[in-house]
Design a protein around this ligand. Structure first.
Ligand SMILES: *[C@@H]1O[C@H](CO)[C@@H](O)[C@H](O)[C@H]1NC(C)=O
Ligand SMILES: *[C@@H]1O[C@H](CO)[C@@H](O)[C@H](O)[C@H]1NC(C)=O
Ligand SMILES: *[C@@H]1O[C@H](CO)[C@@H](O)[C@H](O)[C@H]1NC(C)=O
Ligand SMILES: *[C@@H]1O[C@H](CO)[C@@H](O)[C@H](O)[C@H]1NC(C)=O
Length: 190
């Protein structure tokens, strides 16, 4: 168990086969926060399809909003906009989080309101404590999240499995349901 935490803190892709996983998702709706070098708890957001992290306002899209997730009994994560802010309410809701299957060479993390496309996985999302892992179709739990910087500072594209991705500036991430300690969001880009 300690070994897993160390792997994640080092930002290394963690494969946890046979470890004692406490598979209990948060009961109430929760946000997901990304942690990595220079990223101190940037919330996951979307405008309805691609997943991003950071300050949703900076995408300059009225559909962009932080996601509030609910875990289903089939280990899916269903997301809707967190509309406690006074910004325009996006038209999307009830979207399922997707990561590429182990057999896919895609890196894109996204959301869908229908059946996942070929090569994309919508289930197997498992919490180790507050940390989000994904069980691939090879049966192994992994944390392969990473960020790719966008032209706009303060937001990043959220990606999965950097193997074969040669974009520059990749930042390995841990995703957690735990909000940053200084929870006003100001610390999210340090
Ligand atoms: C929704 O956003 C508010 C304001 O940023 C935040 O305090 C709250 O924790 C969020 N709720 C969820 C379920 O993400
Ligand atoms: C979201 O999905 C849940 C469960 O399927 C359903 O009860 C709810 O009405 C849906 N909400 C919207 C806005 O579609
Ligand atoms: C990561 O991507 C590589 C190259 O596409 C693929 O061979 C491998 O199975 C993927 N691993 C996982 C865990 O998705
Ligand atoms: C997000 O960006 C907007 C526009 O720059 C800014 O007004 C707001 O304070 C930022 N929010 C956070 C939580 O940093």
């Amino acid at each position: 168990m300690v070994a897993l935490q160390n792997l994640i803190l080092l930002g290394l892709p963690a494969t946890i086969a046979g470890a004692a996983i406490e598979a209990r998702a948060p009961g109430a709706p929760f946000a997901l926060y990304a942690y990595g070098t220079g990223i101190g708890g940037a919330p996951v957001f979307t405008s309805g399809s691609k997943a991003y992290i950071g300050n949703a306002t900076l995408l300059q899209d009225t559909e962009a909003a932080p996601v509030e997730f609910t875990a289903t009994s089939t280990e899916e994560l269903v997301g809707s906009p967190n509309t406690t802010s006074n910004e325009p309410t996006p038209t999307w809701s009830n979207l399922t989080l997707l990561v590429p299957e182990t057999t896919s060479d895609s890196h894109e993390v996204g959301f869908t309101n229908s059946t996942p496309g070929s090569g994309m996985s919508a289930n197997g999302f498992t919490f180790y404590g507050e940390v989000l892992l994904h069980k691939g179709n090879d049966g192994k739990l992994k944390s392969l999240w990473y960020a790719v910087p966008l032209d706009q500072d303060g937001i990043w594209s959220l990606e999965w499995n950097s193997t074969g991705d040669d974009t520059t500036g990749q930042i390995p991430l841990t995703l957690s349901a735990t909000a940053p300690a200084h929870g006003n969001g100001k610390s999210q880009t340090e």
